[in-house]
Design a protein around this ligand. Structure first.
Ligand code: GAL
Length: 810
């Protein structure tokens, strides 16, 4: 029996090896970059023996990275992660993978690159430890070449230790939650993040491009080689080129600066984020030993103490949001399609900037910010030496902060979207003199690697004498969080300083839930640490009327900032609800209320306030829904732009015209409810701009499914987000529907997440079912590699008509 099991196991391993070898390019010159996410084994717990090749993993799960085991667990108030990390489990886990590399890779340098492992990872190859990395957000790579069995089987093992809790103020996830790849190049190659492209001079006629290159010579002997760099545009191919002859000593890093000139550059901007590619090749004789690509966006920007920010000479307000790294129901799992969906929603709202709060973002996030035209504040730390929670990064500070910061800068400094380096968020050291020394040290680390972007920090203390980070004199740009009422004093308090509202608002809202009347602004909690007052359903009104005691309503901050030219812009806390930090609510609340968009990706109403202010596209949005008790007084709000007035009608009868006065950001009518149709018409110069209608919905009768894509790719990664709505017979959303919907997928895909955006739901976000919340939920389906078309069916058990939808997989 045991023998039989062994044979079966060997066959399984052999097939897995075969599968994981296929795809590794064999003969290609230059650099080979391979997806290394597939066919990992995983098990929760601690298995030190798993570093050995003969360790038995037959009870382990096979899975595809990126993977987050926390999101697969149950929300439970006893989990040591507690409220801040969404009451989800953490602990330890091991990953292992057996793979073969081609025999002819013997003459190459082979590395494995992890974009992020939460946290305390240690990696072994064929029993040899490659190193460990405490920071859960930072990218790292290991050279495997010395230890590989070429043409034979290899075993890589990764231990992840997220056991010591609590270790964060927000949900982190656990595991290898970002992408992993293997790269192979000749032994004469560009080092990790070994290029730095800058544009010292930009005119209309030409741009001078400078590229600093680090060539690593892994041979024992010196090497002569040709270093060839080209700039490639999107239409014409190569538009500039330089070739130099070089000589590198054995086992050394050789540094070179090349200069190119590019005529008639197309600038990178928010509206037209034009990207060139810089391609660097190394030739040893006729053989290309490496080929390395660096993105290039040509832009210039400036922060000014009086005028704020400008991009390419054009005054531009930074209209940003803060984002945490989770992808809602996917947990911390990184997926470029999930990120693109988030950024598309924000772009449509008019946002032009993202603050990566409060840690290194994923590569996909930065790639898309480059491609879609966002300004990025890249942030390194939430704590320095002084802790915020018991087991956070302060424990690793002494040993790791220098390397973590250097690696972040080296990795991200070629992204044109990145325009600010933040060395910390609300750091405790701002309150005492240790802040001076550390700020200077960190700023110096940044400047040693990049002088083209300002160093900033998100501060809370805005009295100059009391803020030691400010007193260090080492910040180029001051970031202040909240306290919008103080902005007016900043030019006096901080003479000659450049300033941005690094974090603002923190207002609370639940999508689709409305308390009447709307004109009472509530502050939560009424007092710091005041006990929860017992709102049974854990919902917060979606009018912009509930703010945290440290923050403001959305309207309050934006009204202030928009008038102050010296404020470079703002980052609203937050673009999306995120897992964890459901302040001020206790269990079962488990995700935040601060988002402009809910966790499922449904915009809350305030989204349209920003859209009406931050875009030029015509906007007319009215709310709430139109299902109320007879004769109830209901406040109807409208966000609009591009119009002089809005007229509201109830069942054809005009309730009057209104227009925004002074600095109003919305208009409203108090209406006595009667069922029927509420209609708004916006007009400019007497001409209709837009019309919007809301109808009283009847009883729930059908499920409506809308996919965000008709076709997805059969790559095992692509996602389709299907919006599920419960509607009445006439097609109106039933605004208080909470029916349980079961999902079934047939064909080449599977359900990877379901969510309704309710911040206190305890059902698993991985379940193949979901209760609609205020009428809606989302189901996320991921393709596999079979290429079969997908059919998703949604059914409810209470007589509501089921629905199904097809998605093509190619
Ligand atoms: C800020 C902090 C954020 C988040 C936010 C919630 O003070 O920087 O990380 O905690 O409060 O309002």
């Amino acid at each position: 029996m045991i023998q039989h099991q062994n044979i079966v196991q060997k066959i399984i391993i052999a097939v897995a090896v075969l599968i994981s070898t296929i795809g590794f390019a064999q003969g290609k010159q230059g650099r080979i970059i391979e997806d290394f996410n597939k066919n990992w084994s995983f098990r929760l717990g601690d298995y030190p023996g798993a570093i050995q090749a003969d360790f038995d993993t037959k009870d382990w799960r096979t899975l595809q990275l990126p993977h987050d085991w926390s999101i697969e667990g149950a929300f439970n108030k006893d989990n040591p992660t507690k409220q801040a990390q969404a009451f989800l489990p953490a602990g330890k886990g091991w990953y292992r993978k057996t793979f073969t590399v081609p025999a002819n890779w013997k003459n190459k340098t082979v590395s494995v690159e992890f974009d992020g492992v939460f946290k305390n990872s240690e990696v072994w190859i064929n029993g040899h430890s490659l190193g460990m990395r405490p920071n859960g957000y930072i990218s790292f790579a290991y050279d495997l070449s010395k230890y590989l069995n070429f043409g034979k089987e290899n075993t890589i093992a990764v231990k992840v230790d997220n056991d010591a809790q609590p270790n964060s103020r927000w949900y982190t996830g656990s595991g290898i939650y970002r992408n992993v790849k293997v790269t192979a190049s000749g032994k004469l190659h560009i080092g990790l993040w070994g290029t730095f492209v800058t544009t010292p001079e930009i005119t209309k006629e030409k741009v001078s491009v400078q590229i600093e290159i680090e060539v690593k010579n892994d041979f024992d002997t010196g090497k002569e080689f040709r270093l060839v760099t080209s700039i490639v545009d999107q239409k014409h191919g190569e538009v500039a080129k330089i070739e130099t002859k070089e000589k590198a000593a054995g086992n050394a890093i050789f540094k070179k600066v090349q200069h190119l000139s590019l005529p008639n550059p197309i600038l990178w901007s928010i509206e037209n984020p034009y990207l060139y590619k810089v391609v660097t090749k190394i030739f040893d004789g006729k053989t290309m030993t490496d080929q390395y690509e660096t993105p290039l966006g040509i832009r210039y920007f400036n922060f000014n103490a009086e005028k704020g920010f400008s991009l390419n000479g054009i005054p531009t307000k930074i209209l940003g949001v803060c984002l945490h790294h989770d992808n809602g129901a996917l947990g911390a799992v990184e997926n470029i399609h999930a990120v693109r969906r988030k950024l598309t929603l924000l772009k449509d709202m008019g946002a032009n900037a993202i603050r990566m709060s409060h840690n290194a973002p994923s590569l996909e996030m930065l790639q898309l910010c480059d491609e879609m035209g966002f300004i990025v504040q890249d942030e390194a730390f939430d704590v320095w030496k002084k802790k915020k929670v018991t087991n956070d990064y302060h424990k690793d500070w002494d040993k790791w902060h220098k390397q973590d910061l250097e690696d972040l800068i080296k990795r991200d400094r070629n992204h044109p979207s990145v325009m600010m380096w933040s060395i910390g968020n609300e750091i405790r050291e701002q309150f005492d003199s240790t802040g001076i020394v550390i700020t200077r040290e960190l700023a110096q680390i940044v400047k040693s690697l990049d002088t083209t972007r300002p160093v900033t920090s998100a501060l809370t203390e805005n009295i100059p004498e009391k803020n030691f980070i400010y007193q260090s004199g080492a910040l180029d740009l001051l970031g202040f969080n909240y306290k919008h009422e103080d902005y007016k004093d900043f030019p006096n308090r901080f003479k000659g300083q450049k300033i941005i509202a690094s974090e603002s608002v923190s207002a609370l809202e639940t999508r689709g839930h409305y308390d009447q009347p709307s004109d009472i602004i509530k502050v939560w909690p009424p007092k710091h640490n005041a006990p929860f007052d017992g709102n049974k359903d854990f919902t917060v009104s979606a009018y912009d009327q509930v703010k945290s005691y440290w923050g403001s309503t959305h309207e309050e901050t934006w009204k202030t900032i928009k008038k102050l030219d010296y404020m470079a812009g703002l980052f609203v806390w937050t673009g999306f609800d995120y897992l964890g930090e459901p302040d001020p609510y206790p269990y079962p609340a488990r995700s935040s209320y601060f988002g402009i968009i809910d966790l499922a990706g449904f915009p809350k109403d305030v989204y349209y306030m920003y859209q009406s202010e931050w875009t030029t596209q015509p906007v007319l949005h009215i709310f709430p829904h139109w299902n109320w008790a007879k004769d109830q007084e209901v406040d109807v709000w409208a966000h609009y732009n591009n119009a002089d007035e809005v007229e509201l009608f109830l069942n054809g009868k005009s309730l009057g015209k209104k227009s925004k006065q002074n600095d109003d950001l919305h208009i409203s009518w108090r209406v006595t409810f009667e069922p029927g149709t509420l209609k708004a018409i916006s007009r400019k110069g007497g001409k209709v701009v837009l019309e919007k209608e809301i109808h009283t919905a009847g009883t729930a009768s059908k499920i409506d499914l809308k996919a965000d894509k008709q076709i997805i790719r059969k790559d095992g990664y692509d996602l389709v987000y299907v919006t599920v709505s419960v509607i009445d017979a006439a097609g109106n959303l039933v605004p208080d529907a909470n029916d349980l919907i079961n999902f079934e997928v047939i064909g080449g895909g599977k359900i990877v997440g379901t969510d309704n955006g309710y911040q206190a739901g305890l059902e698993s976000l991985k379940a193949p079912s979901c209760k609609v919340f205020n009428g809606k939920c989302i189901v996320i389906v991921q393709s596999n590699t079979k290429g079969e078309n997908i059919r998703l069916t949604a059914s409810a058990s209470n007589g509501i008509q089921r629905a199904s939808i097809a998605v093509k997989v190619e």
